[in-house]
Design a protein around this ligand. Structure first.
Ligand SMILES: [Zn+2]
Length: 335
């Protein structure tokens, strides 16, 4: 027996038993913060997408690597990129209304000829109001074009952590992801991953070759923070994934930021974030997009994840903690 219906014949609506879920409409309006992207390298329209989907604040990261044209890379190449981001930041804010602050650092994914020159200059940059984080940086198992000895990398990461501690800034860590197995290999002669403008054939032999080099790299970063006198609560490990979550959650006080703007590449998405919240709570979890012009990335990733987390059973309060309160408090944003 179906309920009366105005439609020509019964539709699904006539069979539904009236148990409409209580939809949390506040999810439509919770402000959110992206604590790691490279939005200054995106198109104007992509930055507008952040504004249209309710982004309140972001940390635009300028730390060289993909954007330095010359190899070997010199300190001045990185410094130009820092200055470019500083130069454009206020215009970006005025165009799009969200707060756009900066993370500046030395990424060790590519070897730099004279890193001391950069580290010496960084002190003045760290004193700027618009700089809210040092990074992204962190020991990387393999470099682009030219290897960088792992102890030298760790020293460069540690020196940046000392600067961060001096200036009371958090450090945005680049932690290496373990990528999921491909269903099939691409032909060698193209030398690129579709969706990622990088000459993958120029990756060097690893400088870390243990059982789990990606995790070993993170452990070295945590060791560097201890040596630098930087509190672990001031370290945000971006690109958190299944390979490093347990270690970071149980053996450190670092924050974990799950990068979900290029899930097609690294396999991390809202389900991983939901699992982390279930297991460890929301207190040290964030989400970032890591959007950049060199790869296929999604400016809507955080907004989409807010709905997906709810579908996965996460409470609205925990969603707000993860997408807004944690990055707000750690980076001093949205004040
Ligand atoms: Zn990044």
């Amino acid at each position: 027996m179906t309920a009366p219906h105005a439609t020509v014949r019964p539709t699904d609506a006539a069979f539904l038993d009236g148990s409409d879920p209580d939809l949390p409409t506040e999810l439509l309006n919770i402000p959110w913060i992206d604590p790691h992207n490279h939005a200054h390298t995106l198109s104007w329209e992509d930055r507008e997408r952040y504004a249209l989907s309710g982004c309140r604040s972001m940390v635009m990261v300028s730390s060289g690597y993909h954007w330095t044209p010359y190899k070997p890379v010199e300190a001045s190449d990185i410094r130009f990129l820092w200055d470019d981001a500083i130069n454009r930041r206020r215009a970006i804010e005025r165009n799009h209304f969200f707060e756009a602050k900066l993370g500046l650092g030395v990424h060790t994914g590519v070897r730099i000829e004279n890193p001391d020159e950069l580290l010496a200059a960084m002190d003045d940059y760290c004193a700027l109001d618009e700089v809210v984080a040092v990074g992204e940086t962190g020991v990387v198992p393999s470099q682009h074009v030219e290897r960088w000895d792992v102890d030298e990398q760790q020293a460069v990461v540690g020196a940046q952590m000392e600067l961060a501690a001096d200036h009371d800034l958090p450090v945005l860590l680049h932690t290496p992801n373990t990528t999921p197995d491909a269903k099939r290999e691409y032909r060698d002669d193209l030398g690129v991953t579709p969706g990622y403008e990088k000459n993958t054939g120029l990756g060097t032999e690893p400088v870390l070759d243990g059982e789990n080099p990606a995790l070993e790299a993170v452990k070295r970063d945590v060791e560097a923070a201890a040596d630098a006198g930087l509190d672990e609560e001031r370290v945000v490990a971006s690109h958190a994934d299944a390979n490093n979550t347990e270690y970071l959650m149980t053996e450190t006080d670092c924050y974990l930021s799950y990068t979900i703007g290029h899930s097609w590449l690294v396999g991390v998405d809202a389900a991983d974030v939901a699992n982390a919240i279930d297991e460890y709570g929301s207190e040290r979890v964030m989400i970032d997009t890591d959007t950049a012009n060199v790869l296929r990335t999604d400016p809507y990733a955080v907004k989409r994840a807010m709905f997906e987390l709810y579908r996965y059973g996460i409470d609205v309060d925990d969603i707000r903690t993860v997408v807004y309160e944690n990055p707000r408090d750690v980076f001093g944003l949205a004040e």
